[in-house]
Design a protein around this ligand. Structure first.
Ligand SMILES: C[S@@+](CC[C@H](N)C(=O)[O-])C[C@H]1O[C@@H](n2cnc3c(N)ncnc32)[C@H](O)[C@@H]1O
Length: 241
């Protein structure tokens, strides 16, 4: 485990889970990550994604879904989300998953008492998410919405936002706007849980490299403080950067 931090309950909380230290990843005392892992840069499917998305960030995502270039898609819920759900560690109420993709995590967290909204800019992604989930027994506990996270206006605020591979998918210059929307969408005592990936040294994206400092830089001005930063022991092998 890296560290756990607790702050006054009056301060908006953010729970951050980082990927575990991979064999080539080192963290110094300031938690700055250094790694020589180049898997993100050398993965041909990620290179293809970057070619598609760099032409036009919004149309590019739709195109990547249409072409089936979705190297991030696990085909199942994120293991740590299942663990947090089954161990009763997630808040009930309303949950938002921005950039939800096929929506496995949306479905995994949805239950009586917890209504989950999956949001994605891609029509094709939302179509796939609905196809995957419409006949599930908990279908009344979630919904999928096609919208741009940066211009969307929800009718009700959220108790929890779960961000996984969305922060790293957007252009780094959009990160302040991301934090502003997180602030806009959460209830005053709401929580953000985000899995930090990829914590490496590569250039370009998506996925763009992230660090704890990158999150703090945009979330601190919004009044967020980390309450917990822990290794994600359940990260799948390819995401251990
Ligand atoms: C790297 S994928 C992650 C998908 C999902 N979170 C997962 O882990 O399987 C990023 C997703 O964000 C969506 N996206 C990109 N920009 C967006 C935006 N401005 N608003 C909403 N969704 C967006 C893309 O269509 C894509 O499905």
């Amino acid at each position: 485990m890296l560290r756990s931090l607790f702050f006054s309950p009056r301060i908006r909380r953010v729970a951050v889970l980082s990927s575990p230290l991979g064999p080539t990843l080192a963290m110094d005392n300031n938690n700055r990550s250094r790694t020589t892992d180049s898997s993100v840069q050398t993965n041909p499917r990620i290179q293809k994604l970057q070619q598609i998305v760099k032409t036009d960030a919004s149309a590019g995502w739709e195109e990547s879904w249409k072409q089936g270039v979705t190297p991030w898609d696990l085909g199942r819920p994120t293991p740590v989300i299942l663990h947090l759900h089954h161990s009763g560690s997630l808040p009930m109420g309303r949950v938002l998953v921005p950039g939800c993709g096929t929506g496995y995590d949306v479905v995994a967290m949805a239950c009586p008492g917890r209504y989950v909204v999956g949001l994605d800019i891609s029509e094709e992604a939302i179509k796939k998410a609905k196809q995957m989930s419409s006949s599930l027994p908990n279908a009344d506990n979630f919904t999928f919405i096609e919208a741009d996270f940066f211009s969307w206006r929800p009718t009700d605020l959220f108790d929890l936002i779960f961000d996984y591979t969305f922060f790293c998918a957007i252009l780094p210059e959009m990160r302040s706007a991301w934090a502003q929307q997180i602030q806009n969408f959460l209830k005053p005592d709401g929580e953000l849980v985000t899995l930090m990936f990829p914590m490496d040294d590569h250039a370009g994206g998506p996925p763009f490299k992230v660090s704890i400092e990158n999150y703090e830089e945009v979330l601190h001005p919004m009044g967020f403080k980390a309450v917990s930063i822990v290794d994600n022991e359940l990260a799948i092998e390819a995401r251990k950067v």
